[in-house]
Design a binder for this molecule. Structure first.
Ligand code: XMP
Length: 319
């Protein structure tokens, strides 16, 4: 019988059998899949689990602190937070090509994660939040069937020399099943039902070269948008919503003067499978409110636009 409680019970048994007394390492991103794996493994093997959370400086407002508060403080899980913002930003400096940016972020992530895990001498297993659609997708990629439009670095796999064995307790589950498990394991539902967030984070939402100044502006604008979506009961009616930073300056008036500040685009879509998507028909009054708040509260942004492009041909992300 498929109930979350049964699945959890079976998984716990299987995990204990698989890893015995060994130590297990998990890359925690704060996304649904790795979060559910963390909660599940903690329940199964307690202190044998160590999580590494890499803050790449491309996360949303307060995201790093929230992940630490949730998993380390609240759940008592051992989480090593690696503050790698400078390293990511230095490696990204001067690069404007979207695919190259993705590759840099993916590579640096593996390097940082690798260095941290090398410090944990007794680890024998690497846990991953692989879910069934990832298994299908990477199988398709290997046979060349997948139409790879973008490099999704977070289903890439392990560097060869790490020699860790894999634990993938969600391998047979679909996303909605993973979410139900998360709720059953006590994760807060606003976390479990969060919109997807790409592995490269704000790196693909800052068009062209990534700079800290841009990331800071984008975080503020994005946070206002998401806050208002939640407040107006629209968050769960959209499948994914976020702000995009456009590194162009447009003119605005402030008092007697003209100023040239950056532009932010709001993107909100409705979709079932993320392969095709419609732009969300958000109320004008709502968009008006969000736009005013962003412009008033974010010095450096003087114009807000709304993306009304469907997928295809426009992808959900701008890069
Ligand atoms: P696109 O932009 O291709 O996005 O329409 C479809 C879904 O995939 C997410 N996405 C990514 N996720 N790494 C990820 O983990 C990536 O490089 C990446 N690119 C896009 C996107 O947020 C949307 O949900």
């Amino acid at each position: 019988l498929w109930t979350s409680a049964n699945i959890i019970e079976d998984s716990i048994k299987a995990i204990r059998e698989q890893v015995g007394d060994d130590e297990v390492l998990l890359g925690l991103s704060g996304g649904v899949d790795s979060s559910v794996v963390a909660a599940l493994l903690h329940k199964a093997i307690g202190d044998q689990l160590t999580c590494v959370f890499v803050d790449n400086g491309l996360l949303r407002e307060n995201e790093g602190d929230q992940v630490m508060a949730m998993f380390a403080k609240h759940m008592g899980i051992r989480v090593i937070r690696v503050d790698a913002e400078d390293r990511f930003l230095n490696e990204l400096a001067g690069e404007a090509d979207p695919e190259k940016k993705r590759k840099i972020i993916g590579r640096v992530f593996v390097e940082v994660f690798d260095e941290e895990s090398a410090k944990l001498k007794n680890v024998k297993w690497l846990a991953q939040g692989t879910i069934y659609p990832d298994v299908i997708e990477s199988a398709a990629a290997k046979t060349g069937k997948a139409h790879v439009i973008k490099t999704h670095h977070n289903v890439g796999g392990l560097p060869e020399h790490m020699k860790l064995q894999l634990v993938e307790p969600l391998r047979e589950l679909f996303k909605d099943e993973v979410r139900k498990l998360g709720v059953e394991l006590g994760l807060p539902s606003d976390m479990v039902y969060r919109h997807p967030f790409p592995g490269p984070g704000l790196g693909v939402r800052i068009l062209g070269e990534v700079k800290k100044e841009f990331a800071d502006l984008l975080r503020k604008a994005d946070n206002i948008f998401i806050e208002e979506l939640r407040k107006h009961d629209l968050y769960d009616k959209t499948s994914q919503a976020f702000a995009v930073f456009l590194p162009v300056k447009s003119v605005g008036v402030m008092g007697d003067g003209r100023r040239y500040d950056y532009v932010v685009s709001l993107r909100a879509v409705e979709t079932i499978d993320f392969m095709t998507a419609r732009w969300a028909n958000l109320p004008y009054d709502f968009l008006d409110l969000v736009s005013r708040r962003i412009i008033n509260e974010t010095a450096g942004i003087s114009r807000v636009v709304y993306d009304i492009s469907g997928k295809p041909p426009a992808t959900i992300e701008w890069e």
